[in-house]
Design a protein around this ligand. Sequence first.
Ligand code: MG
Length: 372
Amino acid sequence: MKIKTVEPFILHVPIEQKTISDARNTITHWGVVGAKITTDSGIVGYGYTGTHAELAGDQAIAHVIKASFGPILIGENPLEVNTLWHKMFNLAPMRWVGRAGIVHLAIGAIDVALWDIKAKSAEQPLWQFLGGATSDELEAYNTNIGWMSNSLDSLVMQSSAAVQEQGFRRLKLKVGHANLSDDIVRIAAVRKAVGPDIPIAVDANGKWDLPTAIRFCKRAEDLDIFWLEEPLWFDDVKSHRKLCHASSIPIALGEQLYSVDAFAQFISRGAMCYAQPDVTRLAGISEYLRTADLAYCHRMPVAAHVGDMGQVHVHLSFYHEMTTMLEYIPWIKRCFEEPIKVENGLYAKPQNPGAGTTLLASSLDNFGKPLA
Ligand code: MG
C-alpha cells in the first residue's frame, strides 16, 4: 500500500452553548484541523487535531500538513506508522522551528490518519487493532455542565440533570474565578445537589500560583474533590511537586505537555497523580501510547484529555489498562460517521473499523473553511 495524497481540511464547529469560558479561554467554535490521506488501495484515513478556531493558527497547521509533511509521505507505505512518525518528527527544518505547538499538532493529525488507515486495513476498530479492550466499561465524566460561563443556578440544574436524568456518574467543574469563594460556593452547591457519591473533579486550566492553589485546597478539603486539574502553570514541575505534598487533593495534568519526556519529569518527581495525555499535543497516537505505557510503569491512572478529541481517545481509553474513565464533551461528534456515544454514564465501544475519525461528507459542507 502506498500514500497517494495528503490533504488538509479545516472545520469550525459552533458549540451548543454559543459561548463558554474556563479560567483562561472563551470560545464560540471548536476548530477541527485535519489530514485526509488517500492510498492506492482505496483506503482513506482521517486524522484531526483540536484548536480554538478563530485566531488559532488553523491555516498554519493546515499549511504544515500540506507543504512540509505531505511531500515526504507521498509514495510511502502508510502501514509503517512508526517509521513515518520518526521521519516527520526528525525532519530537520521542522524540528528547527518547533518541537511543540503547530508542528506537533500537524504531525498529530497525520499520525491519527495513519493509524486510521492501519486499523481500517485490518477491518477492526482501533481499540481492537491495538490488542483489544482491557475493560468493557469506560466511565464518562461530564465537563460540559461545568463551564465558568454557566451561572450558579444553571450549573446546579445541569449537574443534577446530568446525574439524575442522563445517568452520568462523574462531573468536572471549571474553577479559577477572581474570588476563590466563588469557586467554593459553586462546588459546594453542586456537591449538595448531586449527593456524596458522585465524584466531582475541578479544573483551573493553569490559572493559579502556588499560594493560591494551596489556599484553594485548604478551603476545598471537605468537599471531597476527586482531582484538581492543572492548578498551576503547565510546565512548572517544582511547584506541582510542592502542591502534591501540601494538599490531600490529588493533582491531575498533562493536556498541555508535548512529549513523553515532559510526563517523565512530572511522574519521576512525584508532581502529579493522574496523567492526562492528549494526541493533539503529543503529536498523535504513537507518542500517546508511549506516555500511557510510562504511566503504566508507575501504576499511575491515565484519564485522557478530551476537549474535543473524544472520537480518538475513546479507542485509546478502552485499550489501555491504566484508563477507566474519559471526559465527555459532545461539541463535534455530529461531524463523524460513528459519533461517540454515552449511555447511563458509560461510553459505548466503537464498532466501525478505524480510529473513529471518518468525516461525514456533510461536515465539510456545513462547517468547512477554505484553505488559504
Ligand atoms: Mg483541562
